[in-house]
Design a binder for this molecule. Structure first.
Ligand code: F1P
Length: 346
C-alpha cells in the first residue's frame, strides 16, 4: 500500500503520475459518466470507488459486474469513461466487457496488478497497482491496492474538476499518507482476531453489515469467508437488514458489523440494537476508543481512526484475518480453495 501511495502525486503541477492517466486526464475530467466494471473482490473495490468518485468529483458512476455487462445491451458511448479493475488482468468476463465498451467508442482505463496482462493490453491506458503477486487465489492485498489507486484517482479528478478545493485535496493526500501505518496497526490485531475466530469456526452462517463506505467492505468480508472457509455468508447494507435478512437473526447467527465512527455511525448503532434485541451474536469493527458499540457487542475489534473515505483500506483487514483464521481452524487450504481459480479465464 505504501508503494502505491508514496511519490506518485506531483501536487504542484497537479499531475497524477499513475500510469497513463496523464494522457487521458481531459477525457476523464469531461466524461459524462464513469462506468466501473469488474468481478468478485475487484467489483467490491469498484463499489468503494463509486462513493469516492461521486463524493470528490461529482461525476455519476455505475458499477457493473462484467459478467452481466458483457451479455446485456448497455447504453454506452464515447462520452463514457470505463474503468476495468482486475487483480490477475486475465478475467475473461472483464476482458469481454472491455471489448464491448471499446466497440462503442468509450475510453477504457485499467487498474490491474499484473504488468503486461491481457486486460492491461486491451485497455487504452491504465495504472498498475504493483501489489506483488497474490500468493493465494483469494484476492486480499489486491483489494487494498486497488482502493489506494482509485482513491488517488478520485482525489485527482475532484481537484482537476474544481469540485475538491486545493486545500482539501492536500489535506486528503496527507490523510492518505497516514493509512499505511494504520494498516500496520490493524494487522497487529491478528492474535485478538484469532481468539474471536475460535468461537465461530463451527457456525454455518454469517451476516456482514455496514453502511456508506463500509457497505462494500461488508460484501468483501462475506466473500472472503465464503471463498476460503466455505461458510455461507451474506453481506448487506445495514439499512437493508429490515427488508429481509432480519428474519434470519437468532442466537445462532453471528453478525459482523463495521461500525466505525463516521457519518452513519448513529444509524449503525441502531441496527446493532435491532440485532441485539433478537439475540444475534455481534462482532463489531469499531474506531479506537469507541464506547457505545463496545457495550452492546459480544466482541469488538478496534481500528485506528481515519476519514471515512479511507476507512475501507483499514476496516477490511480484520475481516480478512477473521476469514483466514476460521479457514485454518476448519482445516481448509486458504491458498488453494476448492473450486476457485486464480484467473477465471472462461
Ligand atoms: C476476480 C476474482 C477474484 C476472486 C477469485 C476469482 O479476479 O473474482 O476477486 O478472489 O480469485 O476471481 P480479478 O479479475 O480481480 O483477477
Amino acid at each position: 500500500i505504501a508503494d502505491c501511495m508514496r511519490g506518485r502525486l506531483d501536487v504542484k503541477s497537479g499531475r497524477l503520475v499513475l500510469g497513463g492517466l496523464r494522457d487521458y486526464m481531459k477525457k476523464f475530467q469531461n466524461a459524462h459518466r464513469i462506468i466501473i466494471t469488474a468481478c468478485g473482490t475487484s467489483w467490491h473495490a469498484g463499489l468503494v470507488a463509486e462513493y469516492l468518485f461521486e463524493e470528490f468529483a461529482r461525476i455519476p458512476v455505475e458499477v457493473e459486474y462484467a459478467s452481466e455487462f458483457r451479455y446485456r445491451n448497455p447504453v454506452i458511448n464515447e462520452r463514457d469513461f470505463v474503468i476495468a479493475i482486475s487483480q490477475s488482468g486475465e478475467t475473461a468476463d472483464t476482458l469481454a466487457a472491455i471489448e464491448l465498451a471499446k466497440s462503442k467508442g468509450a475510453t477504457i482505463f485499467g487498474v490491474c496488478n499484473v504488468v503486461g496482462s491481457s486486460i492491461a493490453r486491451a485497455t487504452h491506458a491504465g495504472s498498475y497497482t504493483h501489489a506483488g503477486p497474490e500468493i493465494g487465489v483469494a484476492s486480499t492485498k489486491a483489494f487494498t491496492a486497488q482502493i489506494s489507486v482509485l482513491s488517488m484517482m478520485a482525489l485527482m479528478l475532484g481537484y482537476q474538476r474544481g469540485t475538491l478545493p486545493e486545500g482539501q485535496f492536500i489535506q486528503f493526500l496527507h490523510e492518505l499518507e497516514t493509512v499505511p501505518a494504520k494498516v500496520e496497526k490493524a494487522l497487529a490485531l491478528n492474535s485478538q482476531v484469532e481468539e474471536i475466530a475460535k468461537q465461530f469456526k463451527d457456525v454455518r452462517n454469517f451476516l456482514y453489515l455496514g453502511r456508506g463506505y463500509n457497505f462494500p467492505v461488508a460484501l468483501e468480508g462475506a466473500l472472503k469467508l465464503k471463498e476460503i472457509s466455505y461458510i455461507h455468508a451474506e453481506g448487506y447494507p445495514a439499512a437493508e437488514m429490515k427488508h429481509g435478512p432480519i428474519a434470519l437473526i437468532d442466537e445462532e447467527m453471528p453478525v459482523v458489523f463495521i461500525a466505525t465512527r463516521d457519518s452513519s455511525y448513529e444509524k449503525v448503532v441502531s441496527n446493532i440494537q435491532e440485532v441485539k434485541a433478537r439475540k444475534g451474536k455481534i462482532i463489531a469493527v469499531v474506531t479506537e476508543g469507541d464506547t457505545m458499540v463496545k457495550k452492546m457487542a459480544d466482541h469488538t475489534i478496534e481500528i485506528p481512526s481515519s476519514h471515512e473515505a479511507f476507512v475501507p483500506l483499514i476496516s477490511v483487514i480484520p475481516l480478512q484475518l477473521l476469514s483466514y483464521h476460521i479457514a485454518v481452524m476448519r482445516g481448509c487450504n486458504v491458498d488453494q480453495p476448492r473450486n476457485l481459480a486464480k484467473s477465471v479465464t472462461v
